[in-house]
Design a protein around this ligand. Structure first.
Ligand SMILES: [Zn+2]
Length: 190
């Protein structure tokens, strides 16, 4: 009987299979007929049970539940945001290696968000809280001090100014929208 087929190393948000062929297992989720990874891991396509899952041999212990982290958004899909964790707030514990975290669309805000790209863009710097640290890092921004702390204009790349609950680019005269942290571009060193 076929056990499982070892496959390749995958990154968070990578398309690993289709829902027609496999069911989402550990470390993966389904969105609109596709199955994506939620972390860095080795992909296993279990042919016997038709499950796509990730395997974590030595998950790096770099963040703990309820840690607050600063990250750069590296990918935005309708259902999730992928980001690279750059630092932790209020601790001297370092980050080792390339540490990715994912933020599910339901964890962006206390209000309903249909599409994560309404609230985040690639290269945004965000403050987020860790709600699950193992086997993969899952984040939330559904608190007032969590969300985008620095964002650049989508067309000219200049930092955007805050205007109420929106962001504005003076040179392009464009308005953009984010899930903002209350201290957007006013973060005090701790
Ligand atoms: Zn601009």
């Amino acid at each position: 009987m076929t056990e499982k087929k070892e496959s390749k190393k995958v990154l968070p948000g990578e398309l690993v299979a289709t829902a027609e062929e496999y069911m989402p297992g550990f470390g993966t989720f389904e969105d609109d007929g596709n199955i994506y990874s939620t972390a860095i891991g080795s992909l296993y396509l279990d042919e016997g049970n038709k499950i796509a899952r990730l395997d974590f041999k030595n998950p790096p212990l770099v963040a703990f539940d309820e840690d607050v982290v600063f990250c750069e958004v590296t990918d935005v899909k309708p259902s999730m945001v992928v980001c690279r964790i750059q630092a932790m707030e209020g601790t001297s514990r370092g980050i080792t290696g390339e540490t990715m975290g994912t933020l599910h669309v339901s964890k962006i805000s206390n209000r309903y968000v249909e599409d994560a790209s309404e609230k985040f863009r690639i290269t945004d710097i965000i403050r987020a809280e860790v709600i699950q640290s193992r086997p993969s890092i899952q984040l939330t921004t559904a608190k007032p001090h969590l969300g985008v702390i620095m964002a650049r204009c989508n067309s000219c790349r200049e930092p955007l100014d805050r205007k109420g609950n929106k962001l504005y680019c003076e040179s392009c005269e464009r308005t953009e929208y984010r899930k903002l942290a209350k201290d957007y571009r006013d973060v005090k060193p701790c």
